[in-house]
Each structure stands twice: as C-alpha cells, then as structure tokens.
Design a protein around this ligand. Sequence first.
Ligand SMILES: [Zn+2]
Length: 278
Amino acid sequence: MIRLSSFAILFACVCLAGLPIAAAQEDPAVPEGRIETWTGKTVLVFTPHPDDDTFLCGGIMSILAANGNKVIVVIYTNDNKGSLDLDMTRERLARIRRAEEEKACEILGIPKENIIWLGYEDGDLEYANPRVLRGEACRLMKKYQPDAVFTIDPGTTHERWHKTDHRMAAFITKDAFIASEWHLYYPQHLLDEGLKPYHVPLAFYYYTEEPNYTVDITEIAETKVKASAAHVSQFEPSLSKYTPDMADETFEGIRQWALGLMKDGERYVERFRREEWP
Ligand SMILES: [Zn+2]
C-alpha cells in the first residue's frame, strides 16, 4: 500500500515498497533473443490480482502483443475485498475489478478472451487447497505451452517475502513448473484432456529484489500509464467512495506516480529476474 500525499493516491492492492531502483547485475546473455523482439510466441502472465500484471508487466505485455505474440493473463483472485467504501459489496467489487482489468488489457492490446479468471476470493489464496491450485496453474501450462511465464518472484536461495495472495501466487506458480513436466503429478490432465507434460523453458519474475533483465518501455510508457489508470477503484478517491469517473487531476497524479516507478535516467523501464528453467 502506497500513499502519495501530493495527489492523495492510495493503493488497495499493490505493495511496491522495496522495488529495486537499479539493476543488480548485467542482463544475461539470451541466446534465443531478447523477449522484446519475439514474434509468434505464447506468454502466460500469472498475477494474484487484476492490477499487479498491469503495474509490473504492462509495458512488456503491450510490446509482446504488438509484436504478434499471444499474451494470456491468468488471474488467481477476483480482488473483491480491497475497498474502503462502506457501501461496497464483494460481488459488486468483483464486477468492477473485472471490468477494469479488461479495460487495462484492452489498452495494452490484449483481448478479454485472453484473460483467465481462476476466481479465488481476495486475500484467501493461502487458504485454498494448494494441490488443487497448483494443478490449475499446471494445467494451463500444459494447455498453452508458453515460451515464457511471467510471475511473482519466489526468491532464489532465500524466500522473497510478499503479502498474502502474492506469496501464494509466487510459490504455487513456480511449483507448477515442476508439476507440469512430470505427468504423474496430475495424470488426469493427460487421461481426461490429452494434455501432455510441458517444460516451461523460461520465467520472468516481477516484484523481484534480484533483477537481471531490463526492458526499455519508453515508447509505450504513456500506454502503460493509461492502462494503470484504468484500475480506477484501486486509487483514491474511488477507493474510499467508488465512482467510475476519474478527474484530470487524479489521472495526472497516477501518471506521475507510474512514470516515476518506470524512470531510469532518460528512459522508462521494467525490470525482472530472468531465469531459464533447465
Ligand atoms: Zn496484488
């Protein structure tokens, strides 16, 4: 949760504290080519809530879509509790958050048909059955056979702390990599649906403290700003008293905040920890 007093922006969902400012090390050699140049590939983006993907990966998602790649967004929860509006209900908030995510994805060039909602209750992902949850993520990896997966960083030698939902999403998604390549973990995927085991070759982790891969998103920074601002109910004043409308002043505050997060000298960037999965 972040407060920017000058614009009174308050986030319901994202905890961006501790995000790295600078790359920890040089970008690794990438023999198959940098992902920004990919065409005709498939990428799965796993996100705990319908906004983390936009704020952390919106730039590369837009670039991938524009380059003719298939970008599929998998959203674990319906984000139906993050409101301070006492007149809000969970059902209504889930509908609002769904529409906002669809709008954000549309701005990024991703059709709503490419959004998969797993539908778990906001804040309760850790209380879902882990075996079932891992199986759902694993099944999607087998079904779509992504060339790369974007997900929250679970850490390398040490576990990376994240808030609830985020930490469950981080570990479950990574664990699903393993389950996906060993058919006996979830044999029903093959027996019932003909889904063969699949080895996820490459991961890009966001919310990382160990970035090793920087994507220059300068050309589409303003597009990402607009997609971020589509999450109206995540920002004040809609967070406290929902209105679908956004004042110009509020938009400008969000714009400055978003650009500030992306700024790297004279350019705008997103940073990830890239990991080849041997
Ligand atoms: Zn979140």
